[in-house]
Design a protein around this ligand. Structure first.
Ligand SMILES: NC(=O)c1ccc[n+]([C@@H]2O[C@H](COP(=O)([O-])OP(=O)(O)OC[C@H]3O[C@@H](n4cnc5c(N)ncnc54)[C@H](OP(=O)(O)O)[C@@H]3O)[C@@H](O)[C@H]2O)c1
Length: 319
């Protein structure tokens, strides 16, 4: 198939593009940056250049690609470290999730694509009531903490736009877990801000650390996305590992794996005062997600079924 990957140079895109090529697809991958064109060609893709916020330019780039399937991996999260003001930190990503999605949907329709597969997020956007592990049928949080509302609204917009794709286009939403592995902020090395924060004891457990997180290795994100390009009914899929776990469990385990001292513990009110409502929420109330639908309907089996072995591999440098 002909596949257009918007976000081909990103953490997921860099794993996805060569995988799609190896599975026999013709890939056209988007970047704004002339310096990244060579890297895309090196991965076996045909590079395309446009800004996703420029509707005319994007429509022309997608039109030239004549894709059967369009993949939406557009985010702007590298270097985000201010979680106290989430909406401010995510503003560029939120613009991409709202306007970038609208432009990409319109471009895909104009180009005659028949399927669009888009990145969303599983975990803390789910409603903070009921079970600690959510399925795709559970509701998103109707009342997110102040400071995170625009971010949840942008996620909702993306999902509604993709699921409400015009006739003739199948919309697939992949709700990824918290990404780790090469190119993400949960990796060893200079880009791994979260690992660095754990190493420096700047990532405390807030309250009882009862918030549940679901993780996903970037290679599993790429594999599930390649499968969703090829098969599966339209709709939403949680793409997370098999092992949702409370902060009180995974954070000390990560610290041990990387040889850091145990994380500090602070009461919820201190966490809220220092980090804001969103930080307190993800530490104490967040929900994890079940991958049963993705396993069943996409035929996806995670290469890294648990963050436990995944974090250990990262720490050994084999992640
Ligand atoms: N999930 C979270 O909550 C979170 C929070 C903070 C950090 N992080 C971490 O940060 C890492 C990097 O995140 P990232 O979002 O910067 O991903 P990334 O891995 O850098 O990918 C962003 C992609 O979107 C493209 N893009 C962005 N804006 C665009 C635009 N206007 N037009 C066209 N393309 C555009 C980029 O292309 P070009 O730049 O080549 O044009 C690039 O391919 C993630 O893997 C994650 O681990 C995640």
């Amino acid at each position: 198939m002909r596949v257009f990957v918007a976000g081909g140079t990103g953490a997921v895109g860099r794993r996805l593009v060569p995988l799609l090529v190896s599975r026999g697809h013709t890939v056209v991958a988007l970047t704004r940056d002339p310096a990244r064109v060579g890297a895309l060609a090196g991965m076996g893709a045909e590079p395309a250049r446009a800004d996703a916020l420029d509707r005319t330019g994007l429509t022309a780039a997608v039109g030239r690609a004549r894709p059967d399937v369009v993949v939406h991996e557009l985010t702007a999260l590298a270097g985000v470290s201010d979680f106290r003001h989430l909406d401010r930190s995510f503003a560029a990503t939120n613009r991409l999730r709202v306007h970038g999605t609208d432009h990409l949907m319109a471009a895909a329709a104009a180009a005659g694509a028949r399927r669009i597969v888009a990145q969303s997020y599983a975990g803390w956007p789910y409603e903070r009531r009921g079970g600690m592990v959510k399925t795709e049928d559970d509701a998103l949080d109707p009342n997110p903490p102040r400071g995170a509302r625009e971010t949840v609204a942008a996620i909702r917009h993306l999902e509604e736009a993709v699921l409400g794709a015009p006739p003739g286009i199948e919309g697939v939403v992949l709700r990824y877990g918290g990404l780790y592995g090469p190119g993400t902020s949960l990796a060893p090395g200079p880009s791994g801000e979260q690992v660095e924060a754990v190493r420096r004891r700047r990532f405390p457990i807030v309250g009882g650390g009862h918030g549940v997180w679901s993780f996903l290795h970037v290679d599993d994100a790429a594999l599930a996305t390649a499968l969703a390009v090829e098969r599966g009914a339209p709709g939403i899929y949680n793409v997370v590992d098999d092992d949702p776990a409370p902060v009180s469990e995974w954070l000390p385990a990560l610290a041990r794996e990387i040889g850091a001292p145990p994380p500090r513990r602070v009461p919820t009110w201190v966490g809220r005062a220092l980090g804001g409502g969103w930080v307190a929420m993800v530490m104490t109330e967040a929900r994890g997600a079940s991958n049963a639908r993705a396993r069943r309907e996409l035929g996806w089996t995670p290469l890294h079924p648990s963050w436990r072995s995944g974090f250990a591999a990262l720490a050994r440098g084999g992640g």
